[in-house]
Ligand binder design. Sequence first.
Ligand SMILES: [Zn+2]
Length: 480
Amino acid sequence: MTRISPRVLFLGIDAMMPEVVFDNLHRFANIRRLCATGASCSYDAYTYGYGSRDNWLSIYTGLTPKQHGCKNNIMTATGKVPTSRDYAQSRPFWTVLNDFQTSVGMWRGIITSPPADVDGYMLCAEPKTLPGMNRPTHISLNTTPAKREILTLIEGELRRPPLPETLAQFGLDWETFKDNVQKYEYIISDDFFEEGVTYFKQETEYFTENMIRMQKAHPQDVLFYYTSIMDLVQHFQVHEQSLERIKRCVDAVDAAIGRFIDEIAPDNIILLSDHGTESFGSLFPGMPVEVQREAFGMRDKAVWLSDGNIAVHAANGSFLMGAHALKGFCLIHGKSVRQTQIQHMRTVDFYPTFLELLGIPVPEGREGFVLDIFEKPLINVSRLIHVPPFEEIAIIQTNEVAREGDTINAVFLENRFAHITVFGQEKYRNAFLKNGRVSRFEPVIDAVVPMEKLLAFDKVMVGNPNPFDAEHPYVEIDLK
Ligand SMILES: [Zn+2]
């Protein structure tokens, strides 16, 4: 008899916020149970200058953005948004799995078009025009010609995702709105993008039921599913004080996990987001609005609302209420995984850890580690994470706060296992400390940083203010 339980069910939920999950575990019964006996954490993702595609390519291949060449959703080599061809030679996990006799069922991964011929199947999604309509209103799943026959098992129709309302739909333009914020700010209500939440729930149910049906008919060793819709919802909904509508999205994920457990009982379950989301208004705790304006990079397209939120005029004509946050969510559950709060995880550690879970050797050229979560003899012993004593790094503020964030980001990514202290202007203290990558803040008094303070650090960096020197986002000062 064919076994329908997959060895791994891997759910990729773009931008799912770790704090929303961990702070509300009482509400998410299935995720709570998996966390109580599995390994989980909020981990350091690629953000501030990096997009979702950069993160997922690192999750797929175990390569850093520098190695796979996708930065801010663009392939540096071609200047274009990546396709599956751009990284086909970089050994994405499904290629490695197939080489070790492990089949995959891939459900609409980001950047997996055109779909690859794999042992198993790879399904991609495209806009679909129904008979009698003159524009696409629905989503259609497609695959490689050899696998087309499995599409007959897909049931139901899924609409294309809704978009948040635009200023034009309220009969306003940006100039009118920003000059009369008090008059119009009620537009950005707590349920501003409720349609997105409703859609997320429908989408999750559509895929869950189709995945279960497909797995029963065509069982695969590893099932992967990806959705970008929680990211979309949160950009326009993260200003809601209670985050209730975002919690409802996690409710849908939790219910889906329950269905998968009941119907196909996966041996291992992975739940992963590529980064989080934070509201713009939360970036500057306790800072006066005029100082917030100095610190906020998008100040020219932003309005400050009376409840403390900041709304940015989005490219689509709507109100962007938040951006990607530094931490992603990771949960790995299975028999060979012990209960632990994962320490020191970065995006590039996912791939080696995932392969270790399946007992598969990690290909060469990966900088990430196998995380310390296993209760079994390791295949990739030499790659197990070993945490050295942390370095102490000082960064002296030499740019406006928003650009200094890029410096901090670059220093953080290139210096793993380090604490970062920022020497900056006192009025920006809270903005720097809100950055999860900054451990300490030291005020610069009278524009002087005493040498004896700097000598206490292993390294001292200053941001490079030259925008024409992208190769060197910061400069190290040699104190010897
Ligand atoms: Zn993302």
